[in-house]
Design a protein around this ligand. Structure first.
Ligand SMILES: [Zn+2]
Length: 346
């Protein structure tokens, strides 16, 4: 229609419309826009007419890149809802402002979405994501409602785990009984663990690294859930060799520096996914300067770990590990470890 009004200036339509309906202008990766750019580069376009500026691109940087390209190709740009815009410095300034507003608008929308997520959280509602086994999504409210058949499978799984069955065994048994995952697949040990750890079954939701309350009906009793959690924890703590993924300080508060008789402190640093842990003498208590050295945590923890027969090691819990040591001393000069063990019956 706008083109009709400009016909006296000799405007004609190229036969194609470049319409990215359904694609967000947040991205330049849109089929019609790509076609338009190809056509423009071939010299087949003199003027580009857009309805609203933010339909071109909502990112200032993308906009500027596009406009630069159009300018190099000597293509005019007309925004129907804005006054005629050419390629002078002032116009560029104007375009940038328009683009900034478009971007600002997009951020406002993003903020609004974040807001409504926060509100859902506050009201203990489910936000989005896969529906866990044992539940279905209510068609109207999108909240979790129990699926009685699947809830039975879950209860069975938790009871097995509480009875001491290993996740791999549970997976095998579940598959033998034709139990399926929510995605209708076979069970793996990993999926069993993920299921047994999912707080959704005690009426909560995972939230980042923590948990938030939900408003759905729990399937598993809290005591059972916690017992299973402990059982899984104790399996995982096979010893300090396997705890390198995180900050587990099995001997913290028990290791003393032989040179200055002060407690070693814990220190870790991360390189990519690997966490390096050290115990070090960095304390300045008593007004003395620290010795300043550090020992890899694994070296000291291995001393304790290897003290136990492998049969014990395999199922040892972290508190057992810790309790076995009354005091440990590290001698930086001799690189020696001295351990005072707690007396045991065996
Ligand atoms: Zn020291």
């Amino acid at each position: 229609m706008y083109i009709e009004s400009q016909r006296e200036y000799g405007w004609t339509l190229v036969p194609e419309r470049f319409d990215d309906k359904g694609y967000s202008a947040a991205s330049l990766d849109r089929p019609a826009l790509s076609r338009l750019i190809v056509l423009a580069r071939r010299g087949a376009v003199d003027q580009i007419l857009i309805h609203r500026f933010d339909r071109l691109s909502r990112r200032v940087r993308d906009c500027t890149a596009l406009l630069d390209e159009f300018r190099l190709l000597e293509i005019g740009l007309v925004v129907v809802t804005a006054p005629e815009i050419g390629h002078t410095a002032q116009d560029n300034f104007m375009l940038n402002i328009l683009a900034s507003f478009a971007e600002f608008e997009r951020e406002i929308i993003a903020a609004r979405i974040a807001d409504s997520r926060a509100q859902l959280k506050e009201r203990h509602l489910r936000i989005a994501g896969a529906i866990p086994l044992g539940y279905d999504s209510d068609r109207r409210t999108k909240q979790l409602v129990q699926n009685p058949m699947e809830a039975e499978i879950l209860r069975w799984m938790f009871v097995e785990a509480a009875a001491g069955k290993r996740p791999a065994e549970i997976a095998t048994n579940a598959n033998a009984r034709q139990f399926r995952t929510k995605a209708n697949g076979q069970w793996s040990a990993r999926q069993v663990v993920a299921t047994l750890r999912n707080p959704v079954y005690v009426g909560r939701f995972k939230d980042g690294k923590g948990v938030r309350p939900g408003c759905h009906e729990p399937i598993i009793d809290m005591n059972l859930f916690e017992a299973v959690g402990h059982a899984l924890d104790s399996r995982r703590t096979a010893g300090p060799m396997r705890t390198s993924y995180g900050e587990v300080w099995l001997l913290k508060g028990k290791i003393y520096c032989r040179r200055c008789d002060r407690l070693l402190t814990s220190h870790s640093c991360r390189h990519g996914v690997i966490v390096y842990r050290y115990y070090r003498c960095r304390a300045t208590s008593g007004g003395r300067s620290p010795c300043g050295y550090q020992v890899p945590a694994g070296r000291l923890e291995a001393e304790v770990y290897l003290h136990f027969p492998w049969r014990v090691r395999r199922d040892m819990r972290s508190d057992q590990f810790r309790d076995a040591v009354v005091r440990m001393e590290y001698d930086p000069e001799m690189d020696e470890i001295v351990v005072l063990w707690r007396e045991t019956e065996s």
